[in-house]
Design a protein around this ligand. Sequence first.
Ligand code: DGT
Ligand code: CA
Ligand code: CA
Length: 579
Amino acid sequence: MENSEFAKVFWEIAELLELKSASGGENRFKIRAYQKAAQNIENLSENLADIYKKSGIKGLTDIPGVGEHIALKIEELIKTGKEKVHHRLLKEFPHGFIEMIQVPGIGPKTALLLKKKFNIDSAAKLKKAVEKGLIKNLPGFKAKKIENIRKGLELKERVKGRFLLSEADQYVNALVGQLEKIKEADRILPAGSYRRCQETIGDIDILVTSKKPVVIMEAFVKLPQVERILSKGDTRSSVILKNGMQADIRVLDPQNFGAGAHYFTGNKQHNIIIREMAVKKGLKISEYGVFRGNKRIAGKTEEEVFASVGLPFIPPELRQGGNEFEIAKNNGLPELIELSDIRGDLHMHTKYSDGSNTIEEMVEKAEELGYEYIAITDHTKSTRVAGGQTEKEILKELKEIDRINVKLKGLRILKGAEVDILPDGTLDFSDGTLKELDVVIAAVHSNFKMERSKMTKRIIRAFQNKYVNILSHPTGRLIGKRDPYAVDMEEIIKAAKETGTYLEINAYPERLDLNDVHARRAKEEGVLLSINTDSHAAPQLDIMKYGVMTARRGWIDKKDVINTRPLAKLLKLLYAKRR
Ligand code: DGT
Ligand code: CA
Ligand code: CA
């Protein structure tokens, strides 16, 4: 089982318990515990089953948010593939119910009500009922609420069948690990949207080179991650994995590695343009190589393929079928940022608000990553649900940071907070308190449905505060769950530039916000970015890679990012606005 499958079981238990609690009973605390465990498991870089194999229950309980109770359930899942509570709940509520409460805008109470009054118990039935205008005369169901449900259904439809990059990542790593064990496999390259680091992945494409394709095929369809075989041939096969994702595999002769890698990486539009360029030079490019007439002139490496049409190597993330060709030809490609360029993480939560770990535990993980600095940025008072601190309460945390810093050698903890931008654009901490902080992250956590111009003004007003350094998750979107709020990004970018405020690329897999397009626009306008994890538990500091991937898709260079700077330079950038 992959981590995302374990997580899914716990998310479902939480959701189903919530359903139960809507009809009376079940406590919040228990539900929250399941959610926390699910979230932490999802963002874990090491596989749960491996942890269990190595260190047993003890290894599991070392994971933040996983206590004895949850650890035993994980053990049960590993041993039997099932878990009792989950199983019992699934029997009690029809499966369509889970689907239905996952529609943005539908909570457990609404779901139960719809079932009771209209016998709606699946997303499909709900869609029909909304389309036909059947949902009416229900208490609390105003036109606006029904409109929100309609939008929620639409959003779900749009992302249907696509998976978060982080979820694909777990499967790709597992599959590649297995394929590497086959001695007939020469090179193994996960290609397609995964290699281009797109924020969502439709299916996984894996290229393998080998002199013995049939052996590879036989082994591939038998891998433990495979649920069902869609097709199986001598050089290509497609399967459905345990999480419902499709994976395509293609085997080519080793001499075709470069041409094959280029072809299967895409995107489609990029491939089409390259082929047109080749045709103009009297060449033909396919996954089998570059040809002049019947003569194969290149194809062993991707560099050769690009060179045949007069281009330098274009990194996969930039193969977007846009203006990468022109820019590459003029030697204008950026030197894309890499994970190893990151010197610290400026956004994370601890037990002082809604995080699972202490400051010291966050520090320990940061030291493991070789960071020079981290900023602790717990929530402030308006975000009550996330344990936001008052101005008085944070003083205790700041003192603790001082105490720990004295003891630390290589790493420096910066004092910070993730401060709420209130509806009128003021902040929920006074300047007197903000002054005590090294890093002020500002974020919108309420009133998402504001009108576009009002939301834009709200955020720009926050930029005008000289203590505000970084705008966190600038559009508030949650991939597949919540659309970005209406905001004029061009205005935001302009205002960021004018005020010396930095924009965040939030690395949380369902946020990736700024997205690639906005990140590129910000760079063009000379706005600096900060790539942060927004971690709520120590192991999540590892999700930095998804932020870096998004940055790379946004043509971002190490120079464009403040947390690639050594500490002294970073502090200069953070304090620049106050002068
Ligand atoms: P996805 O799976 O929807 O996230 O996106 P991709 O880009 O992984 O698309 P996929 O899996 O359909 O195909 C993988 C790559 O294979 C794609 O990026 C480019 C190449 N490819 C697929 N179909 C075509 C085609 O009809 N023409 C060309 N030139 N290339 C194709
Ligand atoms: Ca694909
Ligand atoms: Ca595919």
